[in-house]
Design a protein around this ligand. Structure first.
Ligand code: NAG
Ligand code: NAG
Ligand code: NAG
Length: 505
């Protein structure tokens, strides 16, 4: 198998690295450098049918199937279509289909390169089938790539995937249904997470269910000791997409068999040692980590079925290194100390003068992230990441949303501080937020519709109704904040960063 990474060297072709597929943990990534004349962005050559939400008879088709619940009543299906049509209408709105500026070649994170000679193009990347894995027969043709690889190859400077990306349903479906070949603990981070590998070498990060849907975070618990919630990870992906950001890697819910899909396939001895049966006969495990990895906090199936979220992995750090940035508005992570921004109303003036917030879109990107976090009430955004390859003018990856959606009965105004102090927002973001307050696109309705596509929705709504109403309430707060910014600044262009000057309306 021939694999390479696209490097900056324009017009030079350096076919680089070839990964012999490592069986257990590691991603076999297929990526390459570029030949002159440059091949077009790979993703754009993917031609798959566009997702189609409804078929002629009004029932859902499998083209956007995210593992739809079976056995629902006809009534549910019809209602589902009614709400889904709201989501469809939203996604076909011009604000979601703005003409994107042409992407120069270097705006793709990774690139497959095709070899020119007949001899080599005829060559297939074949590997012997490793135990439990599918044989690899990918070549430079996109059609032969598994969905996870297309996802990696589709990452660009400003988003993780495209609007209406036809690969998305396939990726999500694969994570939701594919056989699990291996499950090991993911090191780093404080809570229990498993790295799961599929027969086509795709990988996903599994977070088990820790909290019931209606349970609210204990008010006496600091945000840094809150549980990570699997349904928050799922909901964050849907919310981020509805906001038009596309900066959260795809996440899907799945019922996992603790014995067959974790215990029996793990090669992680530390993990294997923590399995036990609870007094009522449920299968449980707790793993090894710094928070909540003990018999008292075991994760248990019913009796073996365990709910969890599976998040698509980003390209391996060796291929696509990422830079981690401290959030200027991070909390103090101390029970007694206040952060500087909490005591200094003019804090943003200093941030605005500090690179990289002093140029480009970094500040408004941070405000976008703030808006996502306020809506989902995520206080845990101490850092954020970008792909190093794109330098400073690139999007912020909205990773790790497990501590979002902890409470619905209360909002957390301090999360909105960057917007309050900076009074700056992207015009495209503002217009989409306004759209989401209209009855025909109401945020809670489109979220409910979007989440109903997740397989776990067959068991219980991914977000309980009070969380959905909280979204509408918080959206109103954001728009009020922008309104008072506009009142304070007679020059509206001080507040609204016009990233879409060609868009009227
Ligand atoms: C989706 O399905 C509808 C109803 O069958 C059809 O009219 C429409 O052309 C389809 N759209 C796409 C993009 O396939
Ligand atoms: C890739 O493989 C497929 C079959 O697996 C074949 O039809 C296609 O021609 C190959 N493409 C290239 C560029 O080798
Ligand atoms: C990106 O920002 C960092 C931090 O401000 C700065 O050190 C670096 O030089 C910038 N890089 C580019 C390419 O502008």
């Amino acid at each position: 198998m021939r694999v390479c990474r696209y490097r900056r060297l324009q017009g030079v072709c350096a076919l680089l690295l070839c990964v012999s597929v490592v069986l257990h943990l590691l991603v076999a990534l297929l990526v390459l450098s570029l030949y002159p004349p440059p091949c077009g962005p790979l993703q754009s050559s993917v031609s798959q049918p566009q997702p189609n939400l409804t078929s002629a008879d009004g029932t859902r088709t499998t083209s956007t199937d995210m593992g739809h619940p079976v056995g629902r009543g006809k009534q549910d299906v019809l209602e589902g279509v009614a709400v889904l049509s709201k989501l469809e209408a939203l996604f076909s709105h011009p604000l979601y289909n703005l003409h994107a500026p042409p992407s120069p070649d270097e705006d793709w994170l990774l690139r497959v390169r095709s070899k020119e000679t007949a001899e080599q193009s005829a060559e297939q990347w074949l590997s012997d089938s490793k135990e439990g894995f599918d044989p690899i027969d990918w070549n430079t043709s996109t059609d032969t790539h598994p969905p996870w690889l297309r996802f990696h190859l589709g990452i660009s400077r400003w988003q993780l995937y495209q609007h209406m990306d036809s690969n998305l349903p396939a990726l999500v479906e694969q994570m939701a249904t594919s056989r699990i070949v291996s499950a090991v603990q993911k090191t780093g981070g404080t809570q229990l997470k498993l790295l799961m590998t599929f027969p086509n070498y795709g990988q996903a990060l599994f977070k088990p269910m820790k909290q019931e849907r209606l349970e609210e975070t204990n008010v006496n618990l600091y945000y840094f000791s809150d549980f990570e919630r699997h349904n928050a990870e799922i909901a964050a992906f849907h919310l981020d997409r509805i906001l038009g950001f596309r900066r959260v890697p795809p996440v899907v819910g799945r019922l996992i068999d603790i014995i067959k899909e974790i215990k029996d396939v793990t090669t992680d001895h530390k993990l294997a040692r923590t399995f036990f049966n609870s007094p009522v006969g449920n299968s449980c495990f707790y793993g090894q980590c710094s928070y909540y990895c003990s018999t008292e906090h075991a994760v248990c199936g019913r009796p073996r079925a365990l709910e969890g979220s599976l998040a698509a992995m980003l390209p391996d750090l060796s291929l696509a290194p990422r830079r981690s940035w401290k959030n200027p508005w991070r909390r103090s992570y101390s029970r007694s100390k206040l952060a500087l921004w909490e005591k200094t109303p003019t804090y943003c003036n200093a941030v605005k003068k500090t690179p990289p917030y002093d140029r480009g879109t970094r500040l408004v990107d941070l405000i976008d992230m703030t808006i996502l976090d306020f809506l989902q009430s995520n206080m845990d955004r101490h850092h954020y990441e970008t792909f190093e390859f794109f330098g400073n003018s690139t999007f912020l990856i909205h990773l790790d949303n497990g501590r979002a959606f902890g409470r619905y009965s209360k909002d957390e105004p301090s999360i909105l501080t960057p917007l309050v102090q900076c009074c700056r927002i992207r015009r495209s973001t503002l217009l989409r937020l306004r759209l989401l307050t209209l009855p025909q696109y109401r945020l809670s309705d489109v979220m409910r519709a979007s989440l109903s596509q997740d397989p776990l929705a067959a068991l219980a709504p991914v977000l309980a109704e009070p969380h959905l109403s909280a979204l509408d309430r918080r959206l109103a707060t954001i728009l009020q904040t922008v309104q008072s910014c506009l009142l304070q600044h007679p020059q509206h262009s001080d507040v609204i960063y016009d990233d879409i000057p060609d868009y009227k309306g």
